[in-house]
Write a protein that binds this ligand. Structure first.
Ligand code: HEC
Ligand code: HEC
Length: 339
């Protein structure tokens, strides 16, 4: 264990299954930004993100389901949208979204620009017509001017709206955690946390999927929560690709700031870290009757003792730091409808 305190070059090697190409754990570097991303565009995107005029009812903003005070999710197992209709999936945290290259639990969007327009038209999310939203944004002088300055467009187009929302979301990056400061030699971890780090990298098999600075491989795995054949069945990635191997697979979430992003998993089924770890320890088979078909071979019973689960839990705590407070911005005024 002492080797963990001598710097990352001295750590024992991590253990993953054959064929898994895992990246070492590490600190996040600044995300890659597209050429058009400027502070002005980010600020504009922030206003739009908090603006309920992007919804059909005029009452739901992106921030209604991605609330900065709720870890950029909505704190619910699954979201309520337009007319309080219940969606089937958990609102994902938007922290560190800049580091992924496919979006949603099933990866159905391949850029943040493209993704941003989807909730606006989704009938159970914001339930608006994009054309109508663009028309009302174009009638708000405050927005029109800023779009002109930030992107040089003479009107608010769908692509400009997507760029602004994406630019803001790329600023949502985790603050350095205690683990990051440990890696930088600026904080220490106690023996239990170090044992947990070691287990995470070895016997607990977590690094097969949660690896690299993001603690996610950005890939899709079925860890047994698709509830195949049951009322809340969700086939995940399969619904997009139609490939048998993708049945019940969801994108591996990051584990950064985990304590602030409950409930967890695509269906919000898990809220308690110890319970989650205990379920992984049983190979994700507990309570799911005879297990679920097509489960990833990377998920197996782990044989960890109570003390080892305590250590793993303690380590995961070092990855969480309360997200920075964000205040809703002032929004440009709607045009006066009276003559
Ligand atoms: C009614 C609640 C709701 C609203 C409103 C909403 N979202 Fe979401 N958001 C969700 C849910 C639920 C998911 C996961 C959906 C899925 O995987 O099928 C999600 C996923 C996302 C993701 C994917 C994150 C990732 O890591 O892949 C992004 C980005 C996102 N939303 C941005 C936005 C933006 C921008 C808006 C406003 C234009 C918005 N959302 C409005 C509920 C909402
Ligand atoms: C086979 C790949 C794989 C392995 C191995 C794995 N995970 Fe996961 N993990 C995932 C996927 C995929 C999800 C999302 C599953 C879903 O929503 O249905 C997930 C979800 C989670 C979540 C919920 C996070 C959130 O924001 O919803 C936690 C916590 C977690 N894993 C911790 C761990 C720990 C700790 C280990 C090691 C004991 C581990 N995982 C091993 C792939 C894996």
């Amino acid at each position: 264990m002492a080797r963990y305190r001598q710097g990352q070059d001295h750590w024992p090697p991590f253990a993953v299954a054959e064929g898994v190409d895992a990246e070492p754990l590490g600190r996040l570097s600044a995300p890659a930004l597209p050429a058009w991303q400027t502070t002005e565009l980010e600020e504009l995107g922030k206003q739009l993100f908090f603006d309920p005029r992007l919804s059909g009812s005029g009452q739901l903003a992106c921030a209604s389901c991605h609330d900065p005070d709720l870890g950029w999710g909505d704190g619910r197992a699954t979201s309520f949208g337009h007319d309080r209709q219940r969606g089937t999936r958990n609102a994902m945290t938007l922290l560190n979204v800049a580091y992924f290259d496919s979006f949603f639990w099933d990866g159905r969007a391949s850029s943040l620009e493209e993704q941003a327009l989807l909730p606006i038209e989704d009938p159970i999310e914001m339930a608006a017509e994009l054309d109508t939203v663009l028309e009302s944004l174009n009638a708000i002088p405050g927005y029109l001017d800023t779009f002109q300055r930030a992107l040089g467009t003479s009107s608010v187009t769908a692509s400009a709206l997507g760029k602004a929302l994406a630019a803001f979301q790329r600023t949502l990056v985790s603050r350095p955690s205690r683990f990051d400061r440990f890696l930088a030699g600026k904080a220490s971890l106690n023996d239990q946390e170090i044992e947990g780090l070691h287990l995470f990298r070895t016997q607990a098999r977590c690094m097969n999927c949660h690896h690299g600075p993001l603690f996610s491989d950005g890939r899709f795995h079925n860890i047994g929560l698709a509830l195949v054949g049951r009322r809340y069945e969700d086939l995940g990635r399969f619904l997009i690709t139609g490939r048998e191997a993708d049945k019940g697979a969801f994108r591996t979430p990051s584990l950064r700031d985990l304590l602030y992003t409950t409930p967890w998993m695509h269906n919000g089924l898990f809220v308690n870290l110890r319970g989650t770890l205990a379920t992984y320890n049983l190979g994700m088979r507990q309570g799911l009757r005879d297990g679920q078909p097509n489960m990833s071979a990377l998920v197996e019973p782990l044989g960890l003792s109570h003390e080892e689960l305590d250590a793993l839990e303690a380590f995961l705590h070092t990855l969480s730091r309360r997200p920075a407070r964000v205040h809703p911005p002032a929004l440009p005024a709607s045009p006066n409808k009276m003559p």
